[in-house]
Each structure stands twice: as C-alpha cells, then as structure tokens.
Design a protein around this ligand. Structure first.
Ligand code: NDP
Length: 440
C-alpha cells in the first residue's frame, strides 16, 4: 500500500515543477474543503491523478535558412484519457519545460471535462522560439517536430491543437507533414485551415467563449457587460477574439499587449482599429510597438495592470498577474477577473480574491476553444461541415452549460458565486466517478 502523502509524492516525483504543483494544489484544496471524500481517499486518488499516463520527450533537429543545425526538445504529455482520447494544444515558446506541459496538461483534463464532450487531457510543444524565424524555418521546424510526434497521435488516440506560438499556419505545416508520413486524411489535429477540415469559428472560439461566460456570470449577478471598461492582455488568438466579442457586446476595451508592451486606447478600441491589429499580429506576425496612427499610446515593457478599469481579462500567458499586480488592480477598481489564458493569475494573486470580485477561472472561461476543437473532430469523423452560425450557437450552449454546472456545484461567497470551486468540483466528480467505473 502507498504510504506517502500527496505532498511527499509531489516533492519526490515532480520536484522543481512549480507551476504543476500549484495547479494540483489549486484543485486539491477545493476537493478537501468540499468534504466529498475522506482525506485518505482524496490523497489515494490524487496519487493516481498526478501521474501522466505517458510523458514523451523527443529530439527535434532542423536546419535554419543559413544551413545551421539546431536541436530543440519536443514534448507531449498524454495525461489522462478516462473521458475520451487525449486532447490539448501544442505550444512553441522558448521558455517552456516539462513543468509547463504538465501544468497545462493537468488543467486540460478538468477543462475538457467541463465542456461535456468526450475528451481526455494532454498538452505538448517545444522550446522552439518562433520569433524572428522565416516562414521556411517555421515550416522545417514543424516538419521535424511532426516526424516524431506522428507516431504517438491519431484521431482516436490523441488529437493536438494550437496554443501559444502555434496558430493556423503552424497547424497547416504540421498537418501537411502528417499527411505525407501517413497518407491518412483524418481529424488528427484541430485548428486546421478551413479548406482542409478546419471548423468555422475555431479561431474565434476561445475569446468568444470566455466573453459568453462573462456575460452569463454578469446576468447571474444583475450586472451588464456594456457597462464594463476592460483591460485585455495579449494580442494573439485569444486576446484579439475576446476583444472583438467584448466590443460587439458593447464593452469598452482599453488595452491589448504583447511581449513588447501595452497598447492603450483611452477612448476604447474600435472594431476598425482591431481589424488592423488582427492583420498586423495574426497575419504579419509583427510587434504591437510597430503599429502607428491608432489614437493609442504604447507603453514599452509594461503590462496593462496599472490602469483603472472594471474588468481584467488576461489572455497572454501563465502568472501574468502576481500579488503586487492584483493589489494594484483591486485598488484601481477592478472587480471582475476573466482568465482567457491558462493560469494567468498566480497562486499568490488568487489569495487576494476575497469574495468582492467576480472570478472566472481559465478552465471554465477558456474552454470554448477546446469545445469547438471537439466539434471539429466530430465534423471530420462524419465528413460534414456545420455552418458558422451553427457552431457559434453550439459554443454559446456549451458556455451556458459550463456556467450552470459551476453554479450547481458552488454557492455565493461574498458578493459572487465562487466559480473556481464550482468548476473544480463539477469536473473532479466526473473524472473521479469515471475512473472508478473503469477500474485499474
Ligand atoms: P498566441 O501565441 O496567439 O498569443 C499569445 C499572446 O500573448 C501574444 O500576443 C504574445 O506576445 C503574448 N505573450 C506570450 N507570452 C508572453 C509573455 N511571457 N509576456 C507577455 N506577453 C506574452 O497564443 P493564444 O492566444 O493561443 O494563447 C494565449 C493563452 O490562452 C495561453 O495561456 C493559452 O494556453 C491559452 N489558451 C489558448 C487557447 C486557444 O484556443 N488558442 C485555448 C485555451 C487557452 P507576442 O505576440 O509578442 O509573442
């Protein structure tokens, strides 16, 4: 019998993996507090849950445009497939490690459970920095990466998608190489281009979905989205589509940001300005600091969190709001936090939430992306395509159900429902019960 505690197991087998341990604790504490299982049963179950089913690390060798050889590390953490085939994005970013993918893969198990769709949790990617690379270099890297990954994925095994640094262009190159290696035209990746099996609304889904959940939560608490001043961080897939839907629903978007700094729109970002920024960031892959004539101010190397607003909508990366930043935000009147990104509020920042803030955790707020990925998989397997209108309506239904499932598993604490507890309890129960049904 296993006699070590969960903390000992984390320290022994997952040492130095700070983000992963923080993601585990964030769920563990809610389950303990709920009293749904004895402490002994919780520890025994978490011992199983924290070990990925399979953890792959592989070499990726590629040549740059000057014929110089580079070696990167590729990862795929196939964490848990109790609810369905492994599903989760690929991230290309210079700072990733096994810790990053384990924390993201662990979160993904619970997020996917929340969508109600049959998907297990996984995550992967590489410590490859796409910044400043030519189109050919990106293509060669994607091909080298897929040369190994293809052995481990399949439409009923593991279906990767995009994440930071992996957008429609990269998914195209990855899928093109998969086709070359296997000759199989299947839904093995999601986020594909429209002409080769991609779903309508996949690009928009994460940002739109997060905004739909915000709208639901505001309705629940008799507040209105068109009265909000919002600080959005990031200028990638999630941020730009969140901003688009926020503007559409009447909110005032005050900022966007990227790794170079923050672009501030004191009068609110307009739909026309956003269109220009989308081209600049998503098509031309340039920096926000190079965009001119937008009635905006650029603050180099600054995050948006020093400005006054009602709502912070972080959509860039993990731990982008830490304890000092959350104190500043709350002091400046921010009472609403929506996590478009995964774990953008650090565990220390979360400690400052005291019931006076509406907080929508990433596993619920950004689940719209993986839900539409699930719809893409369905469309591929039945060789059919749903219209943009149909997918958008299905996305709204999923976000409504996520809201309801959170609500049914939590209560008002302070002024607002505790959505973090609701999301954790709903998804944990589902995974726990399924695991028991499946036996060992
Ligand atoms: P993108 O690569 O499209 O955009 C990321 C944006 O964040 C870019 O503007 C980037 O700046 C900025 N950024 C990244 N790292 C940092 C950093 N360390 N400091 C400051 N800015 C940074 O990624 P996505 O929009 O796809 O993903 C954003 C977040 O949302 C991630 O946490 C991801 O895991 C999560 N997510 C994404 C989903 C999706 O469908 N894409 C689904 C669910 C969650 P720059 O342009 O300068 O690189």
């Amino acid at each position: 019998m296993n006699t070590i505690t969960l903390d000992q197991a984390l320290e022994t087998f997952h040492k130095d993996q700070v983000d992963f341990k923080s993601a585990v604790h964030e769920i563990y504490e809610d389950i303990v507090e709920s009293g749904m299982l004895s402490d002994k049963d919780i520890d025994r179950y978490f011992m199983r849950l924290i070990e990925p089913n399979r953890s792959l690390r592989f070499k990726v060798e590629w040549y740059d445009d000057n014929n110089k050889l580079h070696v990167n590390r590729g990862y795929r953490i196939q964490f848990n497939n109790a609810l369905g085939p492994y599903k989760g994005g690929l991230r290309f970013h210079k700072d990733v490690s096994e810790d990053t993918f384990k924390f993201l893969g662990f979160e993904q198990i619970f997020k996917n459970a929340l969508t109600g769709l049959p998907m297990g949790g996984a995550k992967g990617g590489a410590d490859f920095d796409p910044k400043g690379k030519s189109d050919f270099e990106i293509m060669r890297f994607c091909q080298a990466f897929m040369s190994e990954l293809y052995k481990h994925i399949g439409p009923n095994i593991d279906i990767p998608a995009g994440d930071i640094g992996v957008g429609t262009r990269e998914i195209g190159y990855l899928y093109g190489h998969y086709l070359k290696l296997t000759d199989q035209y299947t839904g093995v990746l999601t986020g594909k281009g429209y002409n080769f099996g991609g779903s309508c609304v996949r690009e928009e889904a994460t940002g739109y979905g997060a905004t739909y959940l915000l709208e639901e939560a505001l309705n629940e608490h008799q507040r209105k989205i068109d009265e909000l001043d919002v600080l959005v961080s990031g200028a990638g897939n999630v941020a730009l589509h969140a901003a688009e839907k926020l503007i559409d629903l009447g909110a005032k978007v005050l900022t966007l940001s990227d790794s170079g700094g923050t672009l501030h729109f004191p009068k609110g970002l307009t739909a026309d300005q956003l269109k220009r920024i989308k081209k600049h960031k998503l098509v031309e892959h340039k920096s926000l600091k190079d965009i001119k004539d937008l009635e905006s101010e650029f603050y180099e190397d600054k995050k948006p969190w020093g400005l006054k607003a009602d709502c912070a909508f972080p959509c860039a990366t993990q731990n982008e709001i830490d304890n000092e930043e959350i104190k500043e935000l709350i002091k400046n009147g921010v009472w609403c936090f929506v996590e478009g990104a995964n774990m953008p509020l650090s565990s220390k920042a979360l400690d400052f939430l005291d019931g006076g803030q509406l907080y929508l955790p990433g596993k619920a707020a950004n689940a719209g992306g993986v839900a539409v990925s699930g719809f893409e998989r369905t469309q591929n397997s039945i060789h059919h395509r749903f219209s943009a209108g149909e997918i958008n309506e299905r996305l709204k239904v999923v976000m409504k159900e996520i809201h309801q499932n959170c609500k049914d598993n939590t209560k008002v604490e302070g002024e607002f429902l505790n959505y973090k507890k609701g999301a954790n309890l709903y998804s944990f129960k589902k995974i726990y019960n399924t695991t028991l049904s499946l036996g060992i």
